[in-house]
Write a protein that binds this ligand. Structure first.
Ligand code: GH3
Ligand code: MG
Ligand code: MG
Ligand code: MG
Length: 313
């Protein structure tokens, strides 16, 4: 019922499995009324490592499209009971802003139809019978491109933390879960202390390395469901699902203690770092992440003012 949920679950899966030897299999929706073609194509795609959902009618196709959020749609030009291009229009209307490639297959080797399909926005147009190798190569290119876009939208390039854009999506999901199930979550705003000094003393590259180390420290120390986002510079936000601020406070205090023990070595020099944090939790009166970020930011400001290397609520 919630396609944002599903989409993000899949993104997380994609990221988790990056390390686990790319176990993630793209999901392909095939909409075509021709049984034989569907059987043949489904088998061909499965042999190539895809998961395939097949629909023999436009209605079923649209339903699967909405509920399953495939990574790519392959759609027949002529499906009985639907005006030509009507289904395509419906699919493209919803596909574009999610970067889902829509591929048209047709028995018609008609240039006018092909051109119209491209004009509408299909990524490829193939005539039947499919030329296996050509088809699979192009499909793979499309899907690689799609996962690249997904990754670059979600992940901060320097540190590997989640991006600010992705925060909006995750926060929305947690707020919905809170509204529906009273499931508490906490938000921490985190900022490295005197980070500028690292840049000034050792150069930007060392500063960058500290940022990377900080994120990998957080990722190693946090629980699996906690999420670390880079808001910019040396400022981060951590989402703690299923966690009250009292519980999150214990966690952050543990982070503070452990992080400050890490020794960074630069040539003959060595130095230690710390961070400050501001913490808040979800409440009935808010409907977006924005006010929570402001509260956490205010608390962060207090933590800085009280001498840094600490957390405030
Ligand atoms: P405070 O304890 O008050 O937070 O002091 P601070 O020095 O950490 O904070 P300030 O905001 O004064 O400086 C942050 C610095 O972070 C300034 C900026 O040049 C640097 N910075 C921002 N983004 C990056 C980055 O991607 N890499 C590096 N190396 N430095 C960055
Ligand atoms: Mg600052
Ligand atoms: Mg700072
Ligand atoms: Mg800062």
């Amino acid at each position: 019922h919630n396609d944002v949920d599903h989409q993000e679950a899949k993104m997380n899966e994609a990221i988790d499995s990056e390390e686990e030897e790319n176990e993630f299999k793209p999901l392909i929706l095939l909409i075509d009324d021709d049984h034989d073609f569907v059987d043949f194509t489904k088998r061909m795609l499965e042999e190539d490592g895809y998961v395939v959902l097949a629909a023999l009618t436009a209605e079923k196709g649209m339903q699967l499209y909405m509920n399953q959020r495939p990574d790519c749609v392959i759609v027949d030009y002529i499906i009985p009971g639907v005006e030509s291009f009507h289904l395509l229009d419906q699919l493209l209307g919803r596909a574009r802003n999610k970067f889902i490639p829509v591929v048209m297959v047709s028995a018609e080797a008609d240039r006018a139809i092909e051109k119209e399909a491209y004009r509408k926005g299909v990524t490829d147009y193939f005539t039947k019978p499919l030329e296996k190798e050509d088809f699979l190569i192009r499909l793979k290119n499309r899907l690689d491109y799609r996962s690249l876009i997904q990754r670059s939208v979600m992940i901060d390039e320097l540190t590997g933390a989640f991006s600010r854009r992705f925060l909006e999506i995750e926060a929305k999901r947690l707020i919905e879960t809170f509204n529906r199930y009273d499931e508490m979550f906490s938000v921490a705003m985190v900022d490295l202390d005197h980070f500028k000094q690292v840049n000034d003393r050792y150069g930007h590259q060392v500063g960058d390395k500290v940022l990377q180390s900080f994120v990998s420290f957080l990722n190693k120390s946090k629980r699996k469901l906690d999420m670390v986002f880079r808001l910019g510079g040396e400022e981060f936000l951590i989402l703690f699902p299923h966690t009250s601020k009292d519980q999150a406070l214990l966690t952050i205090n543990r982070f503070l203690e452990e992080f400050h023990k890490l020794v960074f070595k630069e040539g003959n020099d060595s130095f230690q770092m710390s961070f400050s944090a501001g913490l808040t939790e979800m409440k009935r009166t808010v409907q977006t992440i924005q006010p929570l970020m402001e509260e956490a930011d205010q608390a962060l400001y207090e933590a800085k003012g009280n001498g840094r290397n600490q957390v405030a609520i």
